[in-house]
Design a protein around this ligand. Structure first.
Ligand SMILES: Cc1ncc(COP(=O)(O)O)c(C=O)c1O
Length: 365
């Protein structure tokens, strides 16, 4: 028997979240961002729920190949563009669109031999200072691209650094609008947080939006707002079962380091999930968890393969009871990944990706 831990990917919830994001930018075309193996969900499993998108945006050429292998004939965008000249051959072969964010990528395009010119997204650095041309360098880059026979249509893009926080997007929208004002081409600005928080801004709604995290049912501006506030449904449930029960007396402790001590008699369940399953080791005592759909809390330190949970609110629970680390329990109760992320001092993005690369079996359901 395998360990009872499982990640269930909810196809219907992916569809729902995509529809919800379309409402936020009704005239825009939607890139479903599926980098990092669809934020840990697995591209093949997420595809069924996200195939209603207008295109898929990702980083790795191997992931682009997997999307094509699924039968997707529509647009695919490489969000970081190419890393070396020969990547352009695969772009030609798979018909990939790619971001151009630096002069080196234009140099590579200039020596690339192709019969079919490429569609590119020229990226401007509007303040995040990660990738992209500075505003003063954008025009020269555009002119260089425009002069290349290897290049077909040029679109313009930028990425927000603070769409999820108080600083917002206005300063970057302004910088982008000024630098691009008389350049032709489609625009792409909005990520999840910008779409949900600033969807009224015409710049965010323009041409192509690029939601990632909200597609996967995690709130882009947690903890300010939770997923329910944005009408997003959880797309990944991490569940397991109790594989042991302990009866503690006052003063008894739980787990490595004895960081939790019982104040009185307490039933404790041992769940088959630990940090080797992608559950964050930093979750302290009190992190929410569902047992048989009832909300309770973790106790003590998370170990590699197990975690202890308080059974006081679920006295009928015992060996084999369902434990939902986050997502939707069999009885329908929901625990948001964002609550667990907050307890661990991180964000839903990191938790999903960690489960994605962990040993947990994943199924669509
Ligand atoms: C360039 C770019 N566009 C869009 C996204 C999607 O962002 P989010 O998951 O916050 O919606 C990302 C993710 O970081 C990104 O790097």
């Amino acid at each position: 028997m395998p360990r009872p831990i499982l990640a269930t990917i909810h196809t219907e919830a992916l569809r729902h979240n995509l529809a919800r994001l379309r409402q936020a930018a009704p005239d825009a075309r939607v890139w479903g961002v599926v980098k990092a193996d669809a934020y840990g969900h697995g591209i093949e499993r997420a595809y069924e729920g996200l195939r209603g998108a207008d295109g898929f945006a990702l980083l790795d050429l191997s992931e682009a190949q997997r999307v094509r292998d699924l039968g997707w004939r529509g647009p695919i965008l490489l969000l970081e563009g190419v890393f070396e000249t020969r990547d352009l051959e695969l772009c030609s072969r798979l018909g990939l669109w790619h971001t151009v964010h630096c002069d080196e990528q234009i140099d590579m395009l200039a020596v690339h031999k192709t019969h079919a010119p490429h569609r590119v997204f020229l990226k401007m650095n509007s303040g995040m200072n990660r990738l992209g041309f500075a505003p003063h360098a954008l025009r020269t880059a555009w002119a260089r691209l425009n002069a290349l026979p290897q290049v077909d249509e040029i679109s313009l893009m930028t990425h927000f650094s603070d769409a999820d926080t108080g600083r917002g997007i206005a300063h970057q929208v302004r910088a982008f609008a000024q630098a691009t004002q008389d350049l032709p081409g489609e625009r792409s600005l909005g990520n999840s947080a910008a779409m949900l928080r600033f969807g009224d801004d015409p710049a965010v709604r323009a041409d192509w939006v690029r939601p990632g995290i909200a597609l996967y049912g995690s709130s882009p501006d947690a903890p300010a707002h939770e997923a329910g506030h944005w009408d997003l449904a959880p797309t990944l449930t991490l569940s397991t079962r109790l594989i042991g029960v302990q009866q503690l007396q006052a003063g008894d402790t739980v787990g490595y380091g004895s960081t939790f001590a019982a104040e009185g008699p307490l039933r404790v369940g041992i769940a088959a999930c630990g940090y080797a399953d992608g559950y964050p080791r930093h979750c302290p005592t009190g992190t929410p968890v569902l047992v048989d759909g009832v909300r309770t809390r973790t106790l003590g330190r998370v170990s590699m393969d197990m975690i202890a949970v308080d059974l006081a609110p679920v006295p009928e629970a015992g060996f084999g009871s369902e434990v939902t680390l986050w997502g939707r329990s069999a009885r329908g109760a929901v625990l948001s990944i964002d609550e667990v992320a907050q307890a661990a001092g991180t964000v839903g993005y990191e938790l999903m990706c960690a489960v994605g690369v962990a040993r947990v079996p994943k199924v669509a359901g």
